[in-house]
Ligand binder design. Sequence first.
Ligand code: PDD
Length: 285
Amino acid sequence: MNIVYLNGIYLPMAEARISPMDRGFLFGDGIYEVIPSYDGRLVGFDPHMKRLQDGLDAIEIRLPVDHAAWREVAGQLIAQNGGGNLGIYIHISRGADIRRNHAYPEDISPTTYAFAFEIPPAPVPEKAAATCYTVATTEDLRWRRCNIKSTALLGNVMHYQHGHALGHKETILHNEAGELTEASACNVFVVKNGIVATPQLDHQKLPGITRLMVLEILRRDGSIPVEERVVTMKELKDADEVWLTSSSKEIAPVVEVDGKPVGNGKVGDVWLAAQTLYTAHKFDF
Ligand code: PDD
């Protein structure tokens, strides 16, 4: 167990070594992805690869993302680590230089690292079985390039810790104008009168793959209206339902925001319908 991939080689995690001059270590200069898998089946592999390429392009790490090669790495990690419910973490940093210089060096090669880690079993679409969340809220104080899935996550970590210190497992963030951005490691949805809404994509949030899949699955089905638009803190507080989405959580119901119940404080009917559709269609991506 705990076989990892580092620069083309599979080896035990305890034996994996990178240079202390790696720019991922010194500057958080890298891009990452987390892809869930259940019994060897990956969820959203191609959209995750596309986002990885977008991130590398955005920070000018010149490395074409070879979908087939990464699929092979993911398959090897799943096989060598016993299968089951595994997240595949992929990390590409700009690489190691011999000196610390802010400018992108021209002649170094990227460090590529991947490992598998256990994730909870996939949520089942049953109200009684749902993992419910309580959350804190706070102003989003991260940088203005949150659309890039950068390994420099201290801003996210500090926001997560804010909620954690208050006994919660997430923190929902809003900008100066009182508009929701996302959560420290999830996207956010609200439901009011049967209509699902999530903040529109821009530099203030990560284009989550689960978010993308939820929107596409709901739109294709057509029975639940969805909107991508500005969502305010007031709407969050007045919502009938609030959901968090991420690769390992899928769609997670939030039952309490800042100590106040969401709607009737119970898991909602729209969550049940959405998670049912997601469970049925998540392997289509
Ligand atoms: N977090 N927003 C942020 C800031 C995130 O870190 C994540 C994912 C998401 C949801 O994205 P996706 O649906 O593609 O998982 C939204 C990952 C899982 C993490 O950092 O562990």
